[in-house]
Write a protein that binds this ligand. Structure first.
Ligand code: NAI
Length: 262
């Protein structure tokens, strides 16, 4: 098998939003990218269009649709990158879901709790574990940094009582990030966390009018929505190893939303 000269990144939840923005940015930075999302018809069509966008920029992209909550599919997902390019340098755990319905934590139902934990926590833990094992076995290729990047949320630090199960799921993934960063510290594999604030994507679309008003009123000190491209700049830095001599860093990309002030 020929091993690609270009580094390879796998991005989950890459059909739209933050994942798609980061995939394009990584491709522009010289990575071949494997784009994953769910296997619904709309998701697949969006994955295909993202791959075409990247190819139009001169990049190399493949798609592999599967539900990351199905742990049995993780080995096939990895194989899609390895069969094509023979290496994997960056894994970005971005796929995530919100609560089934917002409401009092006293009313959270098992179904929504399990849904959040299965995607936002369990899938992230086991994809991180698989990435860690694979990267250890592969070793470093040339001077290419190896990185695992987990997208959690500013809700790791700021509580949302009407989305309790989401907060719990993301806080657990924050711990996953720290644990693996410690385990891999001496191996030179960086494990990082991004905690986005209010980012303009499909996930926040149902609350757009509410957030437009709150942002205009000063909820976010920078007084604007975050964009996937804001997150992508940090992801590219992390993927390239531009955070030397630090492990398990969590970067809040939230325009100041969570900074304590009065
Ligand atoms: P989005 O809803 O626009 O995109 C998420 C993508 O993940 C979708 O394409 C979806 O199909 C995919 N996905 C969901 N479950 C999946 C599964 N089981 N298997 C494979 N793919 C799956 O959301 P957005 O905003 O781009 O979110 C990306 C990440 O950022 C998520 O983890 C989210 O929790 C996190 N985040 C987003 C914030 C925001 O304001 N938009 C704020 C804080 C965190």
């Amino acid at each position: 098998m020929t091993v690609s000269e270009r580094p390879v990144a796998l991005i989950t939840g890459a059909a739209r939003g933050i994942g798609r923005g980061c995939a394009v940015a990584l491709a522009k930075a010289g990575f071949n990218v494997l784009l994953n999302d769910r296997d619904g018809a709309e998701d697949i069509a969006l994955l295909q269009s993202a791959a075409r966008d990247i190819q139009a920029l001169g990049g190399d992209a493949e798609i592999f649709a599967c539900d990351v909550a199905d742990l049995d599919l993780h080995c096939v997902l990895f194989a899609a990158a390895l069969d094509k390019w023979g290496r994997l340098d960056v894994v970005m755990n971005n796929a995530g879901v919100s609560v089934k319905s917002r409401g009092d934590i006293l009313d959270v139902e098992v179904d929504s709790y399990d849904y959040n934990l299965s995607v936002n926590t369990r899938a992230v833990f086991f994809l991180t574990q698989r990435a860690a094992k694979y990267m250890l076995a592969q070793g470093q290729i040339g001077d290419q940094h190896r990185a695992i990047i987990n997208v959690t949320s500013c809700n790791v630090v700021a509580l949302a009582l009407n989305r309790g199960e989401y907060c719990v799921s993301k806080a657990a993934s924050s711990m996953t990030t720290k644990l693996f960063s410690l385990r891999l510290a001496e191996e030179g594999i960086g494990v990082y966390e991004i905690q986005p604030g209010i980012i303009e994507t499909e996930m926040t679309r149902p609350s757009k009018a509410k957030y437009d008003k709150l942002i205009a009123e000063g909820l976010v000190p920078m007084k604007r929505w975050g964009q996937p491209e804001d997150i992508a700049k940090y992801v590219v830095s992390m993927a390239e190893g531009q955070m030397p001599y630090s492990i398990g860093q969590a970067v809040l990309v939230d325009g100041g939303l969570t900074i304590p002030n009065f």
